[in-house]
Design a protein around this ligand. Structure first.
Ligand SMILES: NC(=O)c1ccc[n+]([C@@H]2O[C@H](COP(=O)([O-])OP(=O)(O)OC[C@H]3O[C@@H](n4cnc5c(N)ncnc54)[C@H](OP(=O)(O)O)[C@@H]3O)[C@@H](O)[C@H]2O)c1
Length: 260
């Protein structure tokens, strides 16, 4: 493979944006952004200084890599009319199997970034783990070469392992983030700034870099401080869902730390 190549992005959201920027910085040329809406395809194309469109027939046929970073539902529904013959096509999904791409090209695989990516949040892409898969050993080597140009952390995982990693990622990222949002709302109700919690959130994530989550746990459920927990449930009166979540998570902590 040439050191640099021509790339078409299909999708213009969080992943397409961050990977598009990283690929450009690695010296590749994004030649076209295809997306569902004109608004997002043109926005990303402007950022990457390339062509764009919403019509499948406008997708150039001469790219070295087609990177499909669309919502999982869209990937599942497919792209009628898209034919890439023997061009390399990869998707970026954690949950979708690799062979979902076999209709489009005989040369296909996956580059799944095991990181939370947001369109407007800059990230050091060299430290984003990329989980790769391909339909043949030669194609795996090709995808590895592409992946190495943007990241220093590459894992070879199959579709089943990737689905498990994605599930774990939901527990490790999306659920805690929703709980940060809950904490923010609770503070707002009492006119306290979320800023005050940022050091705690930072240290919570930092601790598990040096010890296991089991070892890192603290708090009333671990200490079996039943009176405090009852007080917290009382403070959550009027919000049955949060009371339920508080009880379930406290029970999980109790069970986790009471098993020998
Ligand atoms: N964000 C993450 O942290 C992350 C990390 C790892 C993997 N992933 C995976 O990467 C993929 C993309 O995620 P994302 O976060 O980038 O999603 P996103 O920000 O919601 O962007 C999805 C993009 O797909 C486009 N799209 C939807 N339906 C389409 C269609 N039928 N044809 C063409 N484009 C279509 C949307 O177009 P419009 O904007 O025009 O509506 C949007 O640009 C998903 O498979 C996700 O699981 C995400």
């Amino acid at each position: 493979m040439a050191v640099t190549g021509h790339i078409v992005l299909i999708g213009a959201g969080n992943v397409a944006t961050r990977m598009g920027i990283a690929l450009c910085q690695a010296g590749h040329h994004i030649i076209h952004v295809h997306s569902r809406s004109h608004e997002s395809s043109s926005l990303l194309a402007k950022r990457l200084d390339c062509g764009h469109g919403t019509n499948i027939s406008e997708i150039p046929e001469n790219a070295d890599l087609y990177l499909v970073a669309v919502a999982d539902q869209a990937l599942n529904k497919g792209f009628p009319g898209l034919k890439l013959n023997q061009r390399l096509v990869v998707h970026t999904s954690g949950s979708q199997p690799m062979d979902i791409l076999e209709h489009y090209s005989s040369v296909h695989g996956v580059i799944y970034p095991l990181q939370t990516l947001s369109r407007e949040r800059d990230i050091d892409f060299r430290r984003v783990p990329l989980c790769i898969e391909a339909n043949t050993p030669e194609n795996l080597e090709r995808i590895k070469e592409w992946a190495r140009t943007v990241s220093g952390i590459i894992y070879h995982v199959d579709s089943r392992q990737r689905a498990i990693l994605h599930l774990a990622a939901v527990f490790a990222c999306n659920f805690p983030n929703q709980l940060f949002h809950v904490a923010e709302r609770i503070l707002e109700r009492y006119q306290l700034p979320f800023e005050m919690l940022r050091p705690l959130i930072g240290e919570t994530a930092a601790k598990v870099q040096a010890m296991t989550p089991f070892q890192a746990q603290t708090g009333p459920a671990l200490r079996q401080d039943l009176q405090v927990m009852e007080k917290h449930i009382e403070l959550l009166r009027g919000d049955a869902m949060l009371q339920e979540i508080y009880r379930i998570l406290s029970e999980m902590i109790t069970q986790t730390h009471s098993t020998p």
